[in-house]
Design a protein around this ligand. Structure first.
Ligand SMILES: [Zn+2]
Length: 147
């Protein structure tokens, strides 16, 4: 699901792996292969297949965000092979937006739960900025009064 603003996240709503990131399976010559949606998205956008060793930088730090653009300025996902100035931009956090959080550094079970909550919000409510922010902040969802 894509947010309405150009710098919004595009959130994966398919299967979520036990590390909090999305995952899906494709048939290849060697059989089933697991694919990371954010890698797939940037490969699709740029038309270039990434080497398995190429790390991806994720400017918004939301594991299920797959906002990939061939133009790397608006892209949230950028191959780690890009020039220094691009890496620098990410490290300085100049590309953060209103949903940006350091989810990547959360303990794994918390990160997984945030990803699941975020996906649930999107599937149940569509693009709802307040609920998305709440899910990212880890607001308790069993508390109906919040809504
Ligand atoms: Zn993003």
């Amino acid at each position: 699901m894509k947010g309405p603003e150009p710098d919004d996240g595009w959130f994966w709503t398919g299967a979520i792996s036990d590390d909090g990131y999305g995952r899906f399976w494709v048939k290849r010559d060697a059989g089933q292969q697991s694919v990371r949606p954010q890698r797939y998205a940037i490969e699709l956008a740029t038309g270039q297949v990434l080497a398995a060793s190429t790390p991806l930088l994720h400017s918004c730090d939301i594991p299920i965000c797959v906002h990939a653009d061939a133009d790397l300025q608006p892209s949230h996902v950028v191959p780690g092979t890009h020039p220094e100035n691009m890496l620098d931009r990410f490290q300085r956090g100049r590309y953060r937006n209103r949903y940006t959080l350091r989810l990547g550094v959360l303990p794994r079970p918390v990160r997984v739960q945030r990803s699941l909550d975020l996906r649930a919000v999107i599937l149940d409510h569509g693009w709802h900025p307040e609920l998305i922010s709440a899910a990212l902040l880890g607001v308790e969802f069993s508390h109906p009064r919040l809504f």
